[in-house]
Design a protein around this ligand. Sequence first.
Ligand code: AMP
Length: 292
Amino acid sequence: MHVVKTIAEFRRLKRHLCRQDAAEKLRRPSVGFVPTMGNLHEGHMALIRRMQESDDIGVVSIFVNPTQFGPAEDLESYPRTLEDDVQKCEEEGVHLVFAPDSDEMYAPDRCTSVSVSGITQRYCGASRPGHFDGVALVVAKLFNIVEPDRAYFGLKDYQQYRVIERMVRDLDFPLEVVPCPTVREWNGLAMSSRNSYLSPQERTAAATIYAGLCAAAVAFNGGVTDVSELVRKVKAELDEAVQVEYLEVADSRTLEPLRTARRGDVVLVAAKVGGTRLIDNIILGSELNNAD
Ligand code: AMP
């Protein structure tokens, strides 16, 4: 496995690996890509394993992207564990880890932005102004550097997945976006690098977010379609330490909020537990967490 810090070196090595693979298999190899901010946990590893099953060449990027953090957010304290991450990638047989510095990714006088409108207006887009511009910019850049055939994204970050899917369609990136189910702790808490900020008590409280989502899914399966009733079902499960930021039922493609829920709609939630902001979601009436 190669760990690469510069774009030029990444491109050179990728070309070399693809040529080698093509010579062995007598066809053009497929390139898979999992973009991450590192501090890899089982959620990331599920994406990486899926890529390793499907693609000839596996690429993981590890980059804590400053443009997607707000000024009052946790850019400085975000957990950075490059050595461990590299080892985990190696164990899965990943071919290339791209781990650039900020200076390598962003010229000081950069003046190009990527902005996805509409579906970024609500939810995390509203509570984290500029966040999705930062995500779209870095993912577009990474797609141009890596040139993958398939890119794997977790449904845990549901709005992000839909934003990337839209950007890929609108800008004609020649790749497939592959959504992957949310991986959870034993108690239902969606795995996240930010879970490391939680105390043991806060972790227990945070698990009630998924309990609430499940209660809504069960109620929906039992015939409840009124969104305010579904929202009540979620709230009834939440620990008092869970401070809801948003809790809505939305059309899974447009992310428009709804008053009456249908099969396939998504319940989206963001909440603070202590100082830690967490997000989660569930799809109504389908296999839990699966994309349509
Ligand atoms: P991050 O490092 O948080 O930027 O996440 C990198 C990728 O891993 C994104 O596509 C996330 O949606 C995905 N991811 C993070 N946590 C999970 C999880 N618990 N289950 C599935 N995918 C996840």
